[in-house]
Design a protein around this ligand. Structure first.
Ligand code: TRP
Length: 445
């Protein structure tokens, strides 16, 4: 069988497509807002540079030399305890679990693309009512759009690395960047732009406590798609003789750049037309539509293309969340790509329906345990526990389990004198940081 490989630019766009997602455009601005802007952004940038970039190189390396699905790569590359290390590859399951709520959110975005065309809420209060009624009683609407997301994502996966994933990213990612840059350019012409810049880049250290710090580390991780095998699986289809360090640099750079651009643009609109930055998870679905309303007709146009861009960002990430398990069933069980894609698609689609119902009045009570409903539990178990654990395992694997010589032979020529610094960070700094994040997220510290 001929092995499909990404082209050089295809790899960078697909991996950037994985990284740039709802995390950048929906989550980053609101958590930056909650933690007071500047200081948080600085901590986040430092973590991306010191921890995110290191793990990105490590995860790419495992895929690049393993050349198979995650389970097989871990198993074959382990110098000892192969049967135990194999289980690190089952992190791919985290991707399917993330999809059980990610797909529902993409559904909301589709719904907002359609409704923003004709009507926008005239106040934040009204926007909130609209959003909450969709969330708590719009069962059929959500189900319809969740189904659209499922069909789209599954279809792309059935078409494979080249004709599906690469092709989708080569079209959608540049479009997404043009939309965001265009809206950003408009934002720079508004008076409030400088206020947004101040907010994002003037550190207010009083807002930074250990929670803010840990949130920044956790987010750096989620936004770069690390710890679950998405980057690893894509890297298994990287061209031979690729420069991993350059590739990792581009992905980290573009992901960060897009988060900053999106943040500056949204805060400008919120200062100029809306209610300021600190608005929590409803920022994009509640405060923003109300701000767009104040812009008049151009607001409708902006709202539609903004939600289209957000949908694109979510869809390209989704594909990377499912692909690791698809690849696993193809490599280990000889399933056809179509069979593997549809099975994995149905898995997240059906469990996703439970997530969706767990926000609906009447089902909510049965589908909640403790403080959280099913939707929130999925988020918490994956982003809070599984991803940091995956990152920890990858750092240990590359830092201690693969022979140093092997790592060196590929990365020394690419990293040069920085090789030892990177290796040190992977062996000591990253494991400690990931461990602390996990303890905090599960509530131990
Ligand atoms: N990075 C994406 C975002 O910012 C989400 C994502 C895609 C992801 N693939 C992943 C997160 C793999 C962790 C692991 O929304």
């Amino acid at each position: 069988m001929k092995i499909a490989r990404f082209s050089r630019i295809g790899f960078i766009l697909a991996t950037t497509g994985s990284a740039v997602g709802l995390g950048n455009i929906w989550k980053f601005p609101y958590i930056a807002g909650e933690y007071g802007g500047g200081a948080f952004v600085l901590v986040y940038l430092l973590t991306v540079l010191m921890i995110g970039f290191s793990i990105m190189i490590a995860e790419m390396l495992i895929g690049y030399i393993g050349r198979k699905d995650g389970v097989t790569s871990f198993e074959e590359l382990a110098s000892k305890n192969k049967h135990l290390w194999k289980f690190a590859g089952f992190q791919g399951l985290a991707g399917l679990l993330i999809m059980t709520f990610y797909s529902v959110v993409i559904g909301w975005i589709f719904h907002y693309v359609v409704t923003s065309l004709t009507s926008l809420p005239s106040s934040v209060a009204q926007a909130e009512t609209t959003f909450m009624s969709m969330l708590n009683s719009g069962m059929w609407t959500q189900l319809f759009y969740h189904t659209v997301a499922f069909v789209w994502i599954t279809y792309v996966l059935t078409r494979g690395i080249k004709g599906g994933i690469e092709k989708m990213n080569i079209i959608l990612m540049p479009t997404l960047m043009i939309i965001l840059l265009g809206m950003f350019a408009y934002a720079t012409t508004l008076n409030s732009f400088s206020q947004a810049v101040d907010f994002m880049f003037t550190p207010d250290w009083s807002k930074i406590d250990s929670t803010a710090f840990i949130t920044a580390v956790g987010h750096a991780f989620f936004t770069l798609s690390l710890g679950m095998g998405a980057i690893m699986t894509y890297s298994a289809s990287m061209e031979k003789n690729s420069n991993l360090v350059k590739n990792a640099f581009w992905v980290v750079f573009l992901d960060t750049f897009i988060a900053i651009i999106a943040g500056l643009m949204l805060f400008t609109f919120l200062y100029q037309y809306g209610s300021g930055p600190a608005k929590g998870p409803g920022l994009v679905f509640i405060s923003l539509p109300a701000a767009f309303y104040e812009m008049g007709i151009i607001g409708n146009i902006f709202a539609v293309i903004f939600f289209i861009a957000l949908a694109f960002a979510g869809l390209t990430s989704s594909v990377s969340l499912v692909e690791p398990m698809v690849q696993y069933f193809i490599d280990r069980f000889n399933w056809s790509r179509v069979k593997a894609s549809i099975s994995m698609g149905l898995f997240f689609y059906l469990i996703g329906i439970i997530s969706l119902l767990s926000n609906i009045d009447g089902f909510k009570e049965t589908l909640s345990w403790g403080e959280k409903n099913f939707f929130d539990w999925m988020d918490y178990i994956t982003a809070g526990i599984m991803l940091p654990l995956g990152g920890l395992l990858m750092a240990i694997f590359v830092g201690y389990v693969i022979e140093k010589q092997r790592v060196e032979s590929i990365l020394k020529p690419q990293l040069g004198f920085a090789f030892e610094t990177w290796y040190f960070s992977l062996r000591y700094i990253v494991p400690v940081a990931m461990f602390v994040v996990m303890l905090n997220l599960i509530g131990v510290i």
